[in-house]
Ligand binder design. Structure first.
Ligand SMILES: COc1cccc(CC(=N)NC(=O)c2cccnc2OC2CCNCC2)c1
Length: 389
């Protein structure tokens, strides 16, 4: 398949697959910042770049509305991600973030926001090397401006601004195959509110299954089962950071979280991110951790409902409590918080619980990519320890 744009970029090319003489690591070397293009790329005449100050209520509203109406839909165009404003503020302002990496395109005359792309800095370890990268996300072009080749110029512009901060690698995901995935993940869903999921067409009633039998199949206990299972609090930061760092060591690609990162990414925020841990009742040691983020989806064609409340498995660590039991408790709290579905990728050790806890496979795949960093071999999903928002 022709990838006119990606064939010009420093990414693993399909023609290089299997060529194990190519070394693992950066594909192109950094260049002096004075040699990075100083001025923005040219946009088609009617449009101009705008740096989006996500702290501003008005700008955050514009970004929220653009994504709500034009961002990623499922393969059958029945659902569209509906990131909340507070989620976007969280996702785009981690420690060390650059406002210049929150890039919008607007119509010069009307000032209407018609496209968006973002980067955030992240320390990502690849095998034994920690690389400062950008995580590129939220690439969105208004439905009415598709196929105008805006995406390539937006990717080049965010890359240029990332280079200006002396960062030369990036990580991103896509539902489509581009040159060249470092791994491909299957996504899985665990019904929490099967009646609503079937009503809106997210799930189908199983063969030889009645609705009441289906509701019973997915029923969860009212309470969690693990002694010492509780919400994470600020004073748990050092212990959770230690637990996470230790656990993520086993994966080929994983974030290199420090305490500041954990404070931002794991401290619970209502309707954004939930995190729980197990504190041993007798030793008070923190032995396990689990987290999920809140990403609702708009339901595009239902009379009865407008929004699907979905939880997305984030990072979980099991050292004493079996992962199966830990994740079952995560399902219990998600159900109590009125989530309709709990989603997970088959990354890390998630395969341990997916089938056992009655997750069903989704109908799509999520491909992970690194920009300007070659891996010698494609990874198994279980070798990946990175979850993007
Ligand atoms: C249910 O509503 C949807 C609305 C839009 C798209 C999809 C399917 C889909 N593309 N799902 C995922 O990409 C996905 C499935 C399970 C876990 N994480 C996921 O994506 C995350 C990570 C990448 N950025 C989007 C959120 C579903």
């Amino acid at each position: 398949k022709r990838h006119k744009f990606w064939e010009t970029q420093p990414v693993g090319q399909f023609k290089d697959l299997g060529n194990s003489s190519l070394p693992e690591g950066p594909i192109e070397q950094p260049i002096p910042l004075s040699e990075v293009k100083q001025e923005p790329y040219n946009l088609p005449t009617p449009y101009e770049w705008i740096t989006c100050d996500i702290d501003s209520e008005e700008v955050c509203n514009e970004v929220y509305n653009l994504l709500t109406n034009n961002y990623v839909e499922d393969d059958e165009n029945m659902f569209r991600f509906n990131y909340s404003k507070e989620f976007l503020c969280w996702a785009l302002r981690p420690p060390g973030y650059f406002r210049s990496w929150h890039i919008g395109v607007r119509v010069k005359t009307s000032k209407k926001l018609v496209a968006f792309i973002t980067g955030i800095p992240a320390k990502i370890r690849v095998r034994d090397t920690v690389v400062l990268m950008a995580e590129v996300n939220f690439l969105c072009v208004h439905k009415k401006l598709r196929s105008k080749r805006l995406a390539p110029v937006m990717i080049k512009e965010v890359t240029r601004r990332i280079h200006l901060e002396n960062i030369w690698q990036a990580a991103y995901t896509a539902g489509v195959v581009l040159p060249t995935p470092i791994t491909t993940c299957q996504y899985w869903h665990r019904s929490l509110n099967p009646k609503k999921l079937i009503d809106v067409g997210f799930s189908r009633l199983g063969a030889r299954m009645t609705m009441s039998r289906t509701i019973k199949l997915y029923k969860l206990p009212d309470q969690t089962s693990t002694p010492g299972f509780r919400k994470m609090e600020r004073h748990d930061l050092p212990a959770v950071t230690r637990l996470l760092r230790n656990y993520l060591k086993q994966f080929v690609v994983a974030p290199d979280f420090d305490e500041n990162d954990v404070e931002h990414w794991m401290l619970p925020q209502e309707n954004v991110v939930d995190s729980y841990l197990v504190e041993s009742p007798d030793t008070h040691e923190i032995t396990d951790f689990c987290s999920f983020y809140t990403l609702p989806s708009s339901i595009l064609g239902s009379q009865n409902y407008t929004t699907l409340k979905a939880a997305y498995s984030y990072y979980s660590v099991s050292t004493k409590t079996p992962l199966l039991q830990l994740m079952n408790d995560a399902l219990v709290v998600a159900k109590k918080k009125d989530f309709d579905v709990f989603n997970a990728l088959d990354v890390m050790q998630n395969e341990i619980f997916l089938k056992e806890l009655k997750f069903g496979p989704g109908d799509g795949k999520l491909h992970y990519y690194l920009y300007n960093y070659r891996l010698k071999h494609v990874l198994r999903a279980s070798e990946l320890g990175l979850v993007l928002l």
